[in-house]
Design a protein around this ligand. Structure first.
Ligand SMILES: [Zn+2]
Length: 285
């Protein structure tokens, strides 16, 4: 559905720091900074939608200017001196604060786009000021819709000094990672781990430990990182999900592994360090 640019929520006189997206591509200046200014000068055009991000103190963005998330049209051209890069490709390059803010910006844009109408009754929604809630305008309904977060479990299954890694059909050649899957309705994270590992590679696990979490805004996942111990079974890959999976010895990990800002990387690093191995792992060739 074609959509007119949103301009009435912007105050064009006040410059902002923009987290502007074309799809999941973030607009950055050639200096690697967020564009600053009013929408027209900073973005080269008017956004389809915007969401306030306040004035984050720890955003790696400099102080003193409000930050604003924006969605640009799919065919938007970058203004002079700026370019679009997919947020997944930027993940290892952005400072921590800016990476978190970009994730929040992208998830809020998706939420805004998907909740223009009430999912319960179909009436239009309204957003009161900068509050991150979409309220149904039908008085008989009045339901409130908050940004959605979808939990995903990602788990390192360990068997002594070996770790289970697998690859999907869409991974780059030679790339391996820990296994992951969405938490199902009515399921705990632990139950999701047992089910996913059984479904994907037909193994049983025990002794599940939580390590860390991470937002993954494609479009609104929350990655929950766990470790678990192998408890039995032989690997049988689900053919539609897993191309290959195996236990890799701590001294013989695949050459291509997830980047340093991902949970899978933290799980692998923790595994290597607990076994007294250097990180990043030495390549034996
Ligand atoms: Zn409603």
């Amino acid at each position: 559905m074609a959509q007119a640019p949103v301009t009435d929520t912007l105050e064009p006189v006040q410059p902002r720091r923009w987290l502007a997206f074309r799809g999941a591509e973030l607009l950055l200046t050639d200096a690697g900074t967020l564009p600053v200014g009013d929408a027209l000068t900073a973005l080269g055009g008017l956004p389809l939608r915007t969401q306030s991000l306040g004035m984050p103190a720890d955003a790696g963005t400099g102080a003193g200017l409000p930050c604003q998330a924006a969605e640009l049209p799919a065919d938007a051209a970058p203004p002079p001196g700026a370019s679009f890069t997919h947020l997944k490709r930027l993940n290892d390059q952005l400072p921590d604060g800016l990476r978190r803010l970009a994730a929040r910006a992208l998830e809020l844009i998706e939420w805004d786009r998907a909740h223009q109408f009430c999912g319960a009754c179909g009436a239009a929604t309204m957003q009161p000021g900068d509050a991150k809630v979409k309220r149904c305008t039908n008085p008989a309904c009045g339901r409130e819709h908050y940004p959605r977060v979808s939990p995903v479990v990602i788990v390192a299954v360990e068997r002594g000094d070996e770790i289970l890694l697998g690859r999907s059909h869409h991974f780059a050649p030679g790339f391996y990672s820990t296994l992951a899957g969405f938490v199902d309705a009515g399921e705990s994270a632990e139950e999701a781990i047992h089910r996913e590992i059984a479904e994907e590679v037909a193994l049983r696990v025990r002794n599940i430990r939580y390590l860390a979490s991470q937002p993954w805004p494609f479009p609104h996942s929350l990655m929950l990182g766990y470790q678990a111990d192998y408890d039995g079974g032989d690997i049988v890959c689900a053919p539609d999900e897993i191309e290959h999976a195996d236990f890799f010895h701590v001294d013989a990990l695949p050459a291509s592994l997830p980047g340093p800002t991902t949970i899978a990387h933290w799980l692998l690093r923790d595994f290597c360090m607990r076994h007294g191995r250097p990180w990043p792992p030495r390549r034996g060739g």
